[in-house]
Design a protein around this ligand. Structure first.
Ligand SMILES: Nc1ncnc2c1ncn2[C@@H]1O[C@H](COP(=O)(O)OP(=O)(O)O)[C@@H](O)[C@H]1O
Ligand SMILES: [Mg+2]
Length: 358
């Protein structure tokens, strides 16, 4: 079976690495010649909306998936007329736009922060009036790793904020004084079977995920699963889905979702019986899903901006190093490290040893 992947970054790379043992083959549509997954399959080096490349992709593969939300809608529509595209295009349309995803969460009875649409200076002022300060203005689309976000403090000048936005559609959100951030990764197979990973506790700095710790048997697991199940059902979902939440007491406020494998599930490569990447492959090729049970106590530490000395990381017994083959740049995710502790204390110890060599 041949799988087409749109996008050629580290997620495509880890998807392909998980798919090869299952006998799957890959075609990767990615315009960057030196993309870090380019050599993991047949590389169609063309823009994401190149009709000829899309036509050739549809001819060559059995199913198409993608590693990022911003695949052009026209490309997905075109492909879908010829072959299955998973996750389904309506999930993509919803997840690429913060207003759509928060509206869906609310419709499904999933709590979110207070939010308001902003499309003019007047609507920004009204939104700040209603939601209050501090609050956070985010572009509706194309934001990631905290990009496209502006904090609105007591003293912030709204005219300057509006000016910075450059007329791009946005959403204002109340700043949530969360106890912690957690996410859940779920997978649903073509024929309906679903699995859920243990929730992960996520630590972000400057809007970028730094550390993700898998929490087996956490008290919020049941609620996170119930919310994920609602989204999977509502979107006739197929594949892996991630939802990020803010936890306040025993409440979960959904922040955003990703219709794809997610950074907060990278620990599952070594830390789960079956990784999120393998389960995505199984789900879209309609195979039985693998166990999401943890192996020990996993945690993941992102490598951001710089690549540590390989030998000092590998000298720590039991760590798993993943370098993505990307050149370092400030704020860029260039790899990650997974530790699987034998106990919770062992995990904390291993995390400390890793942090010391970064
Ligand atoms: N409404 C909010 N209240 C508190 N913190 C927030 C809020 N929105 C975002 N953040 C912080 O910024 C991080 C990145 O924001 P997010 O909405 O997830 O955008 P991105 O697409 O960049 O990941 C979050 O993980 C969280 O730490
Ligand atoms: Mg996020």
């Amino acid at each position: 079976m041949k799988i087409g992947i749109i996008g050629g970054g580290q997620l495509a790379r880890m998807l392909a690495l998980a798919g090869y043992p299952l006998g799957l083959e890959f075609v990767i549509l990615e315009p960057a010649e030196d993309a870090c997954s380019a050599h993991l399959g047949e590389h169609f080096c063309a823009p994401y909306d190149d009709r000829q490349a899309l036509e050739a992709l549809a001819q060559k593969v059995d199913v198409v998936t993608y590693e990022f939300e911003n695949v052009p809608a026209s490309s997905v529509e075109f492909l879908q007329q010829q072959i299955p595209v998973y996750p389904p295009p309506k999930a993509l349309a919803c997840a690429r736009d913060r207003l759509n995803e928060k509206t869906l969460f609310r419709e499904l009875g999933i709590e979110t922060a207070e939010f308001a649409e902003v499309d003019s200076y007047e609507s920004l002022c009204q939104a700040v009036e209603r939601i209050g300060r501090p609050s956070l203005l985010k572009t509706r689309t194309l934001g990631y790793d905290g990009k496209g976000q502006q904090m609105i403090w007591e003293e912030t000048d709204l005219e300057a904020v509006w000016c910075n936005l450059n007329g791009v559609p946005a959403i204002l959100e109340a700043l949530v004084p969360f106890d912690r951030e957690v996410s859940i990764i779920a997978a649903k197979r073509v024929s309906g079977e679903m699995v859920f990973y243990p929730v992960a506790k996520n630590i972000h700095e400057e809007g970028i995920l730094r550390v993700s710790v898998s929490l087996a048997d956490d008290p919020v697991q049941t609620l996170a699963e119930a919310y994920a199940r609602k989204v999977l059902d509502a979107l006739d979902y197929v594949g892996v889905l991630a939802i990020e939440f803010f936890q306040l007491g025993d409440r979960l406020l959904a922040n955003e979702m990703a219709p794809r494998v997610h950074n907060s599930g990278h620990w599952s490569i070594e830390g789960s019986v079956c990784s999120q990447f393998e389960n995505h492959m199984r789900a879209i090729s309609d195979q039985p899903l693998g166990s999401t049970e943890n192996i020990g106590y996993p945690a993941m530490i992102n490598l951001i901006g710089t690549i540590p000395e390989r030998s000092s990381v590998l000298a720590i017994p039991g760590v798993h190093l993943h370098l993505y083959g990307k050149s370092p740049r400030p704020g860029r995710k260039v790899g990650h490290i997974t530790v699987c502790g034998k106990t919770e204390a062992d995990r904390t110890g291993l995390q400390g040893k890793v942090t010391n060599v970064l």
